[in-house]
Design a protein around this ligand. Sequence first.
Ligand code: COA
Length: 397
Amino acid sequence: MAGVALQCSGPWRFVKLRSLVRLSTIPSLKFHTTASPMMGATVQQFEQAKSKLSTLKNDPGNEVKLKIYALFKQATQGPCNTPKPGMLDFVNKAKWDAWKSLGSIPQDEARQQYCDLIGSLVEAEGPSSDQMAAEPAGSGTMYKTLLLTTEDDITTIKLNRPAKKNAITTEMYSEVIAALEQAAKDDSVITVFTGAGDYYCSGNDLTNFKLEGGGVEEMARRGGELLRQYVKAYIDFPKPLVAVVNGPAVGISVTVLGLFDLVYATERATFHTPFSQLGQSAEGCSSYTFPKIMGSAKASEMLLFNKKLTAVQACELGLVTEVFPDSSFQSEVWTRLKAYAKLPRNSLAFSKQLIRSMEKERLYAVNDAEVECLIGRWMSDECFSAVMSFFQAKAKL
Ligand code: COA
């Protein structure tokens, strides 16, 4: 790691990039050489990522280094299987925690995330002259809470907080808006939205409700504006947008599905919008799209009475395009998408825009009305008590 001087502080100052590079050269890796690139990186891609790690000139910071360590361990050894280090063994405890936080994500997935992360770090340092000639623009951009990659004419936006079931923080809302804007402008034909780990997304991160000066009203207004922009980014998205629902989906990750062009789900996925349970109300234009897609009686069961749908039920109601067996979900879906991405790009984009343009003004109005209603809900005692109950229930566990 020539040229890397680490300026770390705090108990993790000993997590050295050099040691991560050394760790990455352990030869005893057991991978399936036939893995599809989209299901998980191939051995060659993983090896390339390991060598790229040693070319980094800047220290990416402790948090990222721990993530690299954890993904490497998960990719090569599977879920954390070593005893928890003692409280005073700060460095090994931090490393163990990082590995443990990946839960049971498969080795394929960890390998892919490792490659994506290293790729985005390299990208953030600016392209070398060879890369400038070879790499397509826009691939591997650095986001803190997302993985954004472009491959085979498909840009993939992956929510990347698997330990929190991909709950969407305020930072993540802003990053998704930026990622959608980036994907709208890049050369890809199709954009895919998916989640890392066993969940697609557990909806709004309930810690977003914490007050940071300014009181409840300001928190609600700020949250409302962010939500309005978030949903608008989906309404305005100009290319085919596909949800690859890799596991359970909750709240806003379900409500915006009416703004996607295709929704592919694993049979393990469920679809839940527990708004009234949380003293809240519908968003993501679902108060308009859901009755239109499934009829008002079925939409009310979901949006008013918190009915959780299985993937098959959601497909029968038209919210989901197709359901796949969990074991073949990734391979079947990506084979399909790669074929679709070979279709003429402009024809796809113009047709998508035609289909959606008739509705755009109405969707803006629905979004505004839903946001106004929610701002009121977020200031209500009903909402406050419901969010408190969630955290109290967690604290009792
Ligand atoms: N907001 C904040 N934190 C969340 C979250 C959310 N929406 N969803 C999950 N998490 C956190 C949990 O608090 C937990 O954190 P911890 O490990 O620090 O305790 C971690 O993610 C894992 O979740 P956990 O509850 O342990 O997993 P589970 O499999 O038992 O349950 C859920 C998963 C999604 C069913 C459950 O976490 C849940 O009900 N979350 C709230 C979903 C929700 O109401 N979303 C808003 C809709 S409007």
